[in-house]
Design a binder for this molecule. Structure first.
Ligand SMILES: [Zn+2]
Length: 397
């Protein structure tokens, strides 16, 4: 295997079936490669209750600042029915210029390109003046309990400090160079239970139908819109994701009704202020007489899901400019600076240093026949190499 060739590195990684929580040799491949490139490699096993132990990897080359971190995950999602794949999901086979396999784009491909980029700098005698580290978790696609959070804490306790981080998740919708992620929306979920009085559907005055109350409360969360968006973020959006009564009879008014919701919120809000707004809306709707004329206020309980994701926006110009500049130099395209999509491990890293995300084209992630263009692997390697050089040049100045 040649470390400077991202295809070689990616094939070796794909051939390790590291479906969360299995390590399956993927970290062995990385440890061997990184050790040869001059990294000090640590493998850290994280444990917690009710969730599998996870092996993670932290590797650092250099001892001084400035310090650039690359973050990613070596685990992959399950393959589904192997027979649905046109090439083995752990084969790494190349056909018509496409390399097939689970993790090709999400995100063993990104890791392979970063290692190849660094290896080319080593080969050219251009090792950056400072430190480069890789923070690779085996628990991004799973519960994410024994992954990035614990690995960051573990490294920080040992005195590790970073000046910037690049996450190599697939960020491009259509082609390489489309999009950098410079932040993420926050996410909060909850369950609302509305209490009623059970009774006969023909005698509603003797009962209190909680479905009526649940509909009023759910509507208050969906309308009006929470905001109209901000300079860097799309409008916040709440979706009611399920309404459950579980009533098998049509002639019985049920005793309670329940609905769940999730809101993706922008930088108008914090997790706390968006929760307060939700309570305000529910309280206002609970006295709305539209569906329940002449009734007392709707009685409801709300339970918040355990850990909200906080919204963040990276405002580190040197970091964003180094990455944008590298993408423009290599592809001729000006990438969009975006905060769209779901959450990522960047939400944990942002507490330690400025973080941006840029990787491969995401179209086939988590799908049957996940694949990456071999030409994209070469292009991303050159982008990463250029980025590393430009970031250290900026950081030095
Ligand atoms: Zn991923």
């Amino acid at each position: 295997m040649t470390a400077t060739n991202p295809v070689d590195v990616l094939q070796a990684l794909i051939r390790c079936p590291s479906v969360t929580p299995a390590e399956a040799g993927a970290l062995d491949v990385l440890e061997n490669l990184l050790s040869q490139l001059g990294f000090t490699v640590d493998r850290m096993v994280a444990k917690d209750q009710d969730t599998p132990d996870i092996e993670n990897l932290y590797a650092r080359a250099g001892t001084d600042g400035p310090h650039l971190m690359f973050a990613g995950h070596s685990d992959v999602v399950p393959v589904g029915a192997e027979t649905d794949w046109s090439a083995g999901p752990f084969s790494g086979d190349i056909r018509d210029g496409m390399l097939y396999g689970r993790g090709a784009v999400d995100m063993k491909g990104g890791i392979a390109c970063f290692i190849a980029a660094y290896a080319r700098l080593v080969e050219a005698g251009k090792v950056p003046k400072g430190s480069v580290s890789l923070l690779i978790t085996g628990d991004e696609e799973g519960p994410a309990v024994n992954g990035t959070v614990k690995l960051l804490e573990w490294a920080a306790e040992r005195g590790e400090r970073w000046d910037a981080c690049l996450v190599g998740e697939p960020t491009n919708p259509d082609s390489l160079g489309d999009m950098i992620k410079i932040g993420r929306r926050g996410s909060v979920s909850g369950t609302v239970t509305v209490k009623g009085v059970q009774g006969h559907a023909a005698y509603p005055h003797l009962a209190d139908n909680p479905v009526r109350g649940a509909l009023s409360l759910a509507k208050s969360l969906m309308f009006p819109a929470f905001d109209t968006g901000t300079e860097n973020f799309q409008p916040s959006n709440l979706e009611v994701t399920t309404i459950d009564v579980g009533n098998a009879a049509t002639n019985v008014i049920p005793a309670s009704a329940r609905f769940k919701f999730n809101i993706r919120f922008n930088d108008v809000w914090t997790a706390d202020s968006v929760k307060a707004e939700i309570i305000r809306r529910l309280d206002a709707a609970s006295v709305d007489p539209e569906l329940r004329p002449d009734r007392a206020a709707i009685g409801y309980d709300i339970i918040w899901s355990e850990r909200p994701s906080h919204v963040f926006l990276t405002r580190n110009n040197a970091l964003i400019a180094s990455l944008s500049g590298a993408i423009e130099t290599v592809t001729g395209k000006t990438p969009k600076l975006s905060t769209t999509g779901g959450t990522s491990d960047a939400r944990f890293i942002k507490d330690y240093c400025p973080v941006v995300e840029f990787g491969l084209v995401g179209q086939t992630m988590h799908m049957v026949d996940e694949r990456v263009a071999v030409s994209d692997l070469e292009t991303l390697t050159v982008i990463y190499q250029t980025f590393i050089e430009q970031w250290f040049a900026h950081a030095d100045a």
